[in-house]
Design a protein around this ligand. Structure first.
Ligand code: G3I
Length: 470
């Protein structure tokens, strides 16, 4: 769905056939969860949608149905965005105000507008402790479980084939340091209520990506650790989950965390897409602009970060308008935050050439683009740094004889410590740290490439990693 919707939009907006083809290829390939390699430098996008599409991402906004008659609002929406999320119209109280009586008129207005304008739709949300109609608030136990599952089934079935991603379950974990589930009437129906909702959603709309969505999970903390453990468990047990949404509501008391990108990456490494689903950042001027740029760059640096949605269009449309948290002011004029966002989209890091989840079998191998190194293997490293830490991505290229396995060594400076690694087996965490292949990426043909990564505190090493093949 996203691929065709965004592709079509890219086509209508593209100023040249070459660019249209690039956008189409990139977006459809990313949507299919495949490996992407940028062949050259794309032209700069002049809108959020086209700039994001050139990086293989969508750029969306939360939309209110009653504002679709506001010409300024719709003008910005149609010009700048290629994905929409109904801000309130798909919530349980809106779609099933009386038990068994479904009303889709307002949600349909948004979905129809999106489809008519080539935009994808994020569905928000099927199961949530909040915004329940009074009949559901008063239910418990088996009756509530059945009502919840029926709601998921009915709504997802009604919109089958029209939704790119569903926020199947929203905000089910508690704030604070407990790492516990949030207490709610849904939680009290049994701890398996979340997986039951995901299974019902998959059965109703097998084509939609199914997301878990939450706030205060944007950096690594007790709450995001708990969500991480749930996703890991779901993947291990085959519970259908495709994506995790990071709401990303920021202000001075809750700024963009320093480990935002690393946190997105560790979820992506579980084998799910990650999406920034409700972005807004209170503030103004350069500080706000810089924060938006940080978020966009983080998404572009994570191959499985497939798109960004801002939670409203103009500041005056925001659920917290006094904080002026959006990209357009009340008149619909572009703010510095808009320019920073567009610039970040245009200058962002292309999608890496290999994007395997750690559980994917088989070598992670794009076609070789240069002659293989003469030795057993070669390793090169790129790093993303922040104050106090960094993420390193190491590319291993097999030599002329290929490899059955490989080990790379990285010598960290004093004070640097590895805290997390993926797609490799690690030995040590300080000083000289060795990373060896795992089962699925050891055997490489001559010239084949695979990548792994690690996160560390401290500053990155100055030297290159060594590589030994077996
Ligand atoms: O439409 C009625 C209006 O008729 C009535 O006069 C008025 C009086 O209160 O209420 C209006 O409805 C409000 C609705 O927004 C539309 O403006 C609700 O009271 C109000 O509770 C609702 O707030 C929404 C909130 O979720 C609660 O559902 C916000 O618009 C919406 O931005 C916000 O979005 C949430 C995400 O769904 C989940 N993540 C957090 C995010 C921000 O809180």
């Amino acid at each position: 769905m996203i691929s065709s919707a965004v592709r079509d939009r890219g086509r209508t907006r593209a100023r040249s056939g070459r660019r249209a083809a690039l956008v189409a290829a990139v977006v459809s390939t990313v949507a299919a969860g495949m490996v992407v390699a940028f062949a050259g430098t794309a032209s700069a996008g002049t809108t959020l949608a086209t700039a994001a599409a050139e990086k293989g991402r969508y750029f969306g906004a939360a939309v209110a149905a009653h504002k679709l008659s506001d010409t300024t609002y719709v003008g910005i929406l149609n010009r700048e965005f290629n994905s929409v999320t109904p801000e309130n119209e798909m919530k349980i109280d809106a779609t099933e105000p009386q038990q068994g009586q479904f009303t889709f008129a307002n949600a349909d207005r948004i979905v129809n507008h999106a489809r008519a304008n080539g935009m994808a739709v994020r569905g928000h949300t099927l199961a949530w402790h909040s915004q329940q109609p009074s009949w559901m608030q008063n239910m418990s136990g088996t009756a509530l479980r059945q009502a919840m599952l029926n709601h998921v089934t009915q709504v997802a079935t009604y919109y089958r084939g029209k939704i790119h991603s569903w926020d199947v379950v929203n905000e089910a974990f508690a704030d604070g340091n407990t790492g516990a589930r949030r207490d709610s009437n849904l939680q009290r129906t049994g701890n398996d209520w979340i997986e039951a909702a995901f299974r019902a959603a998959r059965a109703a709309d097998p084509g939609a990506k199914l997301c878990y969505n939450d706030y205060n999970t944007d950096g690594q903390n007790a709450k995001s650790n708990a969500v991480y453990a749930m996703v890991q468990d779901f993947k291990a047990r085959g519970v259908p989950i495709d994506c995790v949404g990071f709401q990303s509501h920021f202000n001075s008391a809750s700024p963009v965390p320093a480990d935002y990108q690393a946190n997105l990456q560790r979820f992506a490494n579980l084998g799910v897409d990650v999406q920034i689903t409700e972005l807004d950042i209170e503030g103004s001027g350069t500080a706000q602009a810089n924060s938006y740029a940080t978020v966009v760059k983080a998404c572009l640096a994570v191959a499985r970060c497939t798109g960004i949605t801002v939670w409203g269009i103009r500041d005056t449309d925001s659920w917290r308008a006094s904080g002026t948290p959006l990209l357009f002011d009340g008149n619909g004029t572009k703010k510095p935050a808009y320019t920073a966002t567009l610039d970040a989209l245009n200058g962002g890091t292309p999608v890496p050439t290999t994007t395997p989840p750690p559980t994917t079998p088989g070598p992670t191998t794009p076609p070789p683009t240069s002659p293989p190194p003469s030795g057993g293997c070669a390793a090169s490293m790129t790093v993303q740094t922040w104050t106090g830490g960094f993420v390193a991505t190491i590319r291993v290229t097999a030599g002329a004889a290929g490899t059955n396995g490989w080990t790379t060594s990285v010598t960290l400076p004093s004070g640097a410590t590895v805290v997390n690694a993926w797609n490799s087996q690690r030995s040590g965490d300080t000083g000289t740290v060795r990373f060896s292949n795992v089962a699925y990426n050891g055997q490489l043909a001559p010239g084949q490439v695979t990548e792994f990564g690690f996160q560390a505190t401290g500053v990155p090493p100055a030297g290159s990693p060594s590589c030994a093949a077996s």
